[in-house]
Design a protein around this ligand. Structure first.
Ligand SMILES: Nc1ncnc2c1ncn2[C@@H]1O[C@H](COP(=O)(O)OP(=O)(O)OP(=O)(O)O)[C@@H](O)[C@H]1O
Ligand SMILES: [Mg+2]
Length: 413
């Protein structure tokens, strides 16, 4: 007999442990995982698709209600049961509206918990059968599971915006991928200037009403001639504080299923918004230059990122390489104790001219060394294992050609 798979979500590890113990003697229930935050719960649900999720309400970073809402949208086959304490009635109403199937008030016994889990599982299975569906939800073929790349550096002016805009345009201009570039340099963002776009409304205006939904976000996009979509930074520095980490989390969660690549351009410091992008991002691109102060700070950043358990997402991008720098990229790797994933040569002439024209250099100076490096970067990104798996799933759904075949056509290998 199939056992009911259960995920436990609570930020306190002792509580998770006691819930696991309550369920350990239930023959028809199997605890398949436990996580400590809303965002981890979403990731787990998307990957493992448990039948039931036992969700705490109050958790730092992303609370159980928001997590429930996102799970209900993205993984409708998982049923959420909220675990609340007395006095959280107002939250409970919100949780049920967010898509929770049931709630149970703490403290509860093993019997009570097992019977709620079994009841919700049976009800949902009957409902699915009545609707003629299989109990397990299959992957929605048209839904994308966008690769989110967060560009970061600890020193300003190392080339984050230059690389983020050119990479985004390169990917979009092939016509094969849906690409979104989000300017999260909220005070002095210049993505729109780099692309010669005029923002009428920006990310700050999006935060004026309640929950942010995709249909609304979409109306704020600027479209670049390459096909790239851009969500611009606020038009004035004083509007920056209107945008919080929670807004950015909501925006990223909403756009993720609509794009193949979502590229975030950050400020050069650890703060609420950049840290929020690190949590949701699938890759963090740390841009470094070949000078001693930048490298010293990059080393410190890698330590902070390690402390946040995001090391596996980090790709180091070495910008402005030049033989005249008196430093070899291999020395940089040694000093950072981290592999360099991408190298972009210094190419002042093409870059400044492109910037002044408001045309990305990959378009205006395609023959330049920097453009060549961006094309290599895009090719390497697309052929990376993680991206290939996602694209293969997407293409399978569309019944189109294999992604490798497409790649060969686009990049000529
Ligand atoms: N590979 C390169 N070769 C030559 N010049 C470059 C290169 N990359 C970036 N630059 C130049 O460096 C300057 C700063 O770049 P950019 O604005 O992209 O940095 P940033 O990291 O986004 O800065 P900030 O932290 O202020 O947002 C620009 O004038 C850009 O043209
Ligand atoms: Mg910048």
């Amino acid at each position: 007999m199939k056992r009911i798979s259960v995920l436990i979500v609570d930020d306190i590890s002792d509580t998770r442990e006691s819930i696991r113990r309550l369920l350990q003697f239930e023959d028809d229930i199997e605890v398949v995982g436990e996580v400590g935050s809303g965002s981890e719960a979403i990731r787990f649900a998307e990957e493992k698709r448990p039948d039931i999720i036992l969700m705490d309400i109050n958790m730092p970073e992303m609370d159980g209600i928001r997590a429930t809402e996102l799970i209900a949208q993205r993984v409708p086959g998982c049923s959420v049961i909220i675990m609340s304490v007395q006095g959280e009635q107002a939250y409970l109403r919100r949780a049920m509206m967010a898509g929770a199937r049931e709630y149970i008030v703490k403290p509860f016994s093993g019997d009570e918990l097992a019977s709620v889990v079994a009841k919700v599982y049976d009800m949902d299975r009957q409902k699915k059968e009545a609707m003629g569906e299989q109990p397990k939800v299959t992957v929605d073929p048209i839904k994308r599971n966008g690769e989110i790349i967060s560009f970061f550096s600890t020193k300003g002016g190392v080339g984050k915006t230059t690389l983020a805009t050119n990479l985004a345009v390169q990917l979009a201009s092939t016509g094969k991928w849906k690409v979104l570039l989000i300017d999260l340099n909220l005070q002095f963002g210049d993505v729109a200037v780099f692309l010669n776009l005029v923002p009428k409304r920006s990310i700050a205006d999006l935060t004026e009403s309640g929950p942010i939904e995709y249909s609304e976000i979409q109306s704020y996009f600027l479209t670049h001639s390459s096909g790239l979509q851009v969500l611009a930074a606020p038009t004035r520095p004083e509007y920056a504080e209107l945008v919080t980490a929670s807004h950015v989390e909501q925006i990223l969660s909403e756009v993720r299923s609509k794009f193949d690549f979502i590229i975030c351009d950050n400020v050069s410091r650890f703060e609420e918004v950049s840290l929020a992008t690190f949590d949701i991002a699938t890759q963090i691109w740390l841009v470094v230059a070949m000078d001693v102060p930048t490298l010293k700070n990059a080393k410190l950043s890698l330590e902070v990122i390690e402390g946040l358990h995001h090391t596996s997402k980090v790709q180091v991008v070495l910008n402005r390489t030049s033989k005249e720098m008196g430093m070899d990229p291999r020395e940089v790797e040694k000093s950072l104790n981290h592999k360099i994933s991408y190298e972009i040569p210094s190419d002042g002439r093409a870059l400044v001219a492109a910037l002044n024209q408001g045309v990305p250099f990959v378009t205006s100076y395609p023959q330049s060394k920097a453009s060549e490096a961006i094309r290599t970067m895009a090719g390497k990104l697309i052929s990376s294992e993680i991206v290939q798996t996602k694209l293969a799933l997407k293409d399978q759904g569309r019944g189109s050609i294999s992604p490798f075949k497409g790649l060969r056509r686009v990049f000529g290998f």
